[in-house]
Design a protein around this ligand. Structure first.
Ligand SMILES: [Mg+2]
Length: 219
C-alpha cells in the first residue's frame, strides 16, 4: 500500500464495533463515463464503448483514429482537473447512503490523483455525500484488508471494476462485495463480477442488500 494511502487511512477515526461501508466513487456514486463523454465531445473526440476499457477506445470525430495510450493518459488527467466537479450524481446514492449512515460508518475510496482530492470532496459535499474521501492508487485489496482488520462488525465494499472486487476477495475475504455499475452500457459489457455477493446498477437494491445483511447479523 502506498504511504499516502496508508496515512489517509490512519487519519480516519473508525469505530471498531460499527459496520463499515466503503464505496467507490466513479460509476458508483458519480456518472464517470457520461461525464468523460461530455468532456471528449468538447474536444471533438468520442468514446467508442465497444469494450470495457478507455485506452484504445477514444477516437477523433474527424477520421475515427484512436488516441494513443499516452494521449489517453493526458486526456484523463485533464478531465480529472477540469470536470471532476461537473459529474452527475447517480440516482438514489445520496439517499441510500444517508439512510445507511444511521447504522454504519461510510467512507469513499476512489482512485483519483491526490491533487484532485479537494475537488472530489467538494463534489461529494455538494451532492449530499460528505463522507471521508480516500484518494487511492492501484489495487484496493490492501486498503480494504487494513480497514477490515480494524472492524469487528460487517464490512461492505462497492466498486464497478472486477479487479478491485477480486483483490478484496483475496485480501479480505470477510468483506461483503457489491458489484455496482451505474452506467447501463458498461453494466451490459462487463456482466457480473466473479467475486461479488450482489451485482446491481440500482442504489435501492444495494441499500436493501446491506440492510438485510446487517439485520441477519444483529446490527
Ligand atoms: Mg469506479
Amino acid at each position: 500500500m502506498e504511504p499516502h494511502v496508508r496515512s489517509q487511512l490512519d487519519a480516519l477515526s473508525l469505530d471498531p464495533q460499527r459496520p463499515l461501508i466503503v464505496t467507490d466513487a466513479d460509476e458508483v456514486v458519480a456518472y464517470f463515463i457520461a461525464g468523460l463523454e461530455r468532456f471528449l465531445h468538447r474536444q471533438e473526440l468520442w468514446l467508442d464503448l465497444k469494450s470495457f476499457a478507455i485506452t484504445g477506445n477514444i477516437r477523433r470525430s474527424g477520421d475515427g483514429q484512436a488516441c494513443t495510450p499516452a494521449e489517453v493518459k493526458a486526456l484523463l488527467n485533464e478531465f480529472f482537473v477540469s470536470d471532476t466537479e461537473l459529474l452527475d450524481p447517480v440516482e438514489g446514492a445520496a439517499e441510500a447512503l444517508r439512510t445507511l449512515s444511521a447504522r454504519a460508518q461510510i467512507i469513499v475510496l476512489s482512485n483519483v490523483p491526490q491533487e484532485i482530492h479537494p475537488a472530489r470532496q467538494r463534489w461529494l459535499r455538494r451532492h449530499g455525500m460528505d463522507y471521508p474521501l480516500i484518494a487511492n492508487t492501484g489495487s484496493k485489496g490492501l486498503p480494504l484488508r487494513h480497514l477490515s482488520e480494524q472492524i469487528s462488525a460487517p464490512v461492505f465494499f462497492l466498486d464497478d471494476l472486477p479487479p478491485h472486487l477480486d483483490a478484496v476477495a483475496e485480501q479480505a475475504s470477510r468483506v461483503r462485495l457489491l458489484h455496482f455499475i451505474a452506467d447501463k452500457r458498461l453494466a451490459a459489457l462487463t456482466g457480473r463480477a466473479r467475486n461479488c455477493h450482489l451485482h446491481t446498477s440500482h442504489w435501492p437494491d444495494a441499500r436493501i442488500f446491506i440492510e438485510n445483511e446487517l439485520n441477519s447479523h444483529g446490527f
